[in-house]
Design a protein around this ligand. Structure first.
Ligand code: ADP
Ligand code: MG
Length: 249
């Protein structure tokens, strides 16, 4: 039974295990993401953050365990990966906009092709979102005419245009010049205020502390510590968490 829109977790990982060859990248990862909450994944490079997000979006096949979206097991072999991906928006570190398409074309492509939305409606929705994210003048521009921060905001609009149930954000500010990070993080903050459910992998600890409801510290593919920002940042229980956080300050 689908629990779409219900009170159960939007996403649930149960003892997820992922290996690449002989390397175990995720070990027994459990995770619950409640509706309208933000989960921050923190941890050193190589700790498994991106792999976790890729498994959640079925870009990687898991070796063991199960993943549920709105109560429905999406790792069930009978589940339709395309249908699952239509319900999950993803934004990566590199904006991945199509360079030969305008901003508007980039945003309306998936709604039109994948979701069967008509052109006029798709464009109207795109313009609304662009305006909300402070990009209303950019609909006709090509990506290379935009700053990195603007491109990343367009990538967020593109993900939102499909009205996802869940948004996965993988280090979306990591490739940006420092002065452009703020405008992208402000967009994420705005989405949180609107109730969007999000999981973000980030190195921006101040931001994670500020915006997250739940913080998970990954270490070698294990969720070593989890809790509220106050718990994980303020009084980490594990020595490895303390060491990781100390290195960052
Ligand atoms: P993070 O995002 O936290 O930096 P990743 O999820 O990218 O970590 O990587 C976790 C581990 O998985 C690393 O050891 C990385 O080398 C390995 N890994 C990731 N993707 C692949 C792949 N496609 N093939 C082999 N190993 C991979
Ligand atoms: Mg990564």
């Amino acid at each position: 039974m689908s629990e779409s829109g219900g009170q159960g977790p939007v996403l649930r990982l149960e003892a997820v295990r992922k290996t690449f060859g002989r390397t175990v990248v995720l070990r027994d990862v459990d995770l619950e993401v409640a509706p309208h909450t933000v989960t921050a994944l923190i941890g050193a490079s190589g700790s498994g953050k991106s792999t976790l997000l890729r498994c959640a979006n079925l870009l990687e096949e898991i070796d063991d365990g199960a993943i549920f979206l709105d109560g429905e097991e999406i790792t069930d072999p009978r589940a339709d990966p395309d249908a699952v991906r239509r319900r999950i928006g993803v934004v990566f570190q590199a904006y991945n906009l199509f360079p030969h398409m305008t901003v508007l074309q980039n945003i309306t492509l998936a709604p039109r092709r994948v979701h069967g939305v008509g052109r006029a409606e798709a464009e109207e929705r795109a313009r609304e979102l662009l305006e909300r994210l402070g990009l209303s003048g950019k609909a006709g521009e090509y990506p290379d005419r935009l700053s990195g921060g603007q491109q990343q905001r367009v990538a967020i609009v593109r993900a939102l245009a499909c009205r996802p149930r869940l948004l996965l954000l993988d280090e979306i500010t990591a490739a940006l010049d420092p002065e452009l990070v703020g405008e992208v993080l402000d967009v994420v903050r705005g989405l949180k205020d609107e109730g969007m459910t999000m999981i973000l992998a980030t190195h921006e600890m101040g931001f994670a502390r500020d915006v997250a409801d739940q913080v998970c510290f990954l270490d070698g593919g294990v969720v070593l510590e989890r809790g509220t920002p106050a718990e994980v940042f303020g009084e980490p229980r594990q020595e490895r968490t303390r060491r990781f956080l100390r290195r960052l300050v």
